[in-house]
Design a protein. Structure first.
Length: 271
């Protein structure tokens, strides 16, 4: 399930990158279970040449990006002198010339790479670089939250099902607003309340009172969802999700999404 969610987040980030940059081709991959990074998602590609390609650290543009842990770009991939050319075949098959690669870095560890490309040898502009970095940051936030959720999983006595309880809680929070029957909706929210107390954290901490929608958004964020994914799940606009998240962060005294999730768990707002 975690791998599927990471794939969904990667796909959504690539779509945002393509829309925000105007690049015709975007692709990327994440490390999975310590294995080599492979290109797992492509958008705009006209051949299967890139999909499934294993990227080695130091090899090609993506490998250079992995090694340096910073964005790298070339104006004309086939003739670029500062990269190795193990992947010239797949790149040529797709007809790519100008390429940018941006690392996904979580706690100083590279977890993957996002790419964007043109089929013409043109310089990569600042707007494209900014869009690529922003897309990578979205994936980084999702992975960081998921890592923290796993770290904060119940102690051994609670057993391995604790994370499943949290996932079920998030799904119930998403479903409740869609239930037309008010009595059934209240019963679902009551179940959510019982799950919130399952962590043993104190309830009713002075000064911390979140609205139902703020709690819905935090529950989605706690599962690793980006704002766009949370908006889709909750039937809201991404801007609305950002507003609820900012409000919840302010109430919890948090400066980042991750801090908000941790603070919410500590005060018993989330299980």
């Amino acid at each position: 399930m975690s791998e599927q969610r990471e794939t969904a987040e990667l796909r959504a980030a690539l779509l945002r990158l393509r829309r925000g940059s105007g690049l015709p081709v975007v692709f990327g991959g994440l490390f999975q279970d310590g294995r080599a990074m492979r290109i797992g998602e492509t958008c705009g590609a006209v051949t299967p040449a890139l999909h499934g390609l294993a990227i080695s650290t130091g090899s090609g543009l993506g490998g250079k990006c992995l090694a340096l842990s910073r964005p790298c770009a070339v104006t004309d991939y086939p003739s670029a002198r500062h990269i190795t050319h193990e992947y010239d075949g797949p790149v040529a098959a797709e007809g790519l010339r100008s390429v940018i690669a941006v690392p996904v870095v979580v706690r100083r560890k590279v977890r993957g790479v996002l790419y964007g490309a043109l089929r013409d040898a043109l310089p990569i502009g600042e707007r494209v670089v900014d869009a690529a970095v922003a897309a990578a940051r979205d994936v980084e936030q999702a992975l960081a939250v998921r890592d923290e959720v796993e770290r904060l999983a119940a102690p051994p006595a609670a057993g391995p099902s604790w994370e499943e309880v949290r996932q079920a809680y998030g799904e119930l929070r998403e479903l409740a607003p869609r239930v037309p029957d008010p009595e059934l909706r209240q019963r679902l929210l009551a179940v959510c309340g019982r799950l919130e107390t399952a962590s043993g954290a104190p309830r009713g901490v002075p000064g911390v009172t979140l609205t139902p929608r703020e709690t819905d958004v935090l529950a989605a964020v706690a599962s690793g969802a980006t704002n766009a994914t949370a908006a889709t799940r909750l039937g809201l606009r991404p801007e609305t999700v950002k507003g609820y998240l900012r409000s919840a962060m302010r109430k919890l005294g948090a400066h980042t999404r991750l801090e908000a999730v941790v603070a919410a768990r500590r005060v018993g707002v989330l299980p």
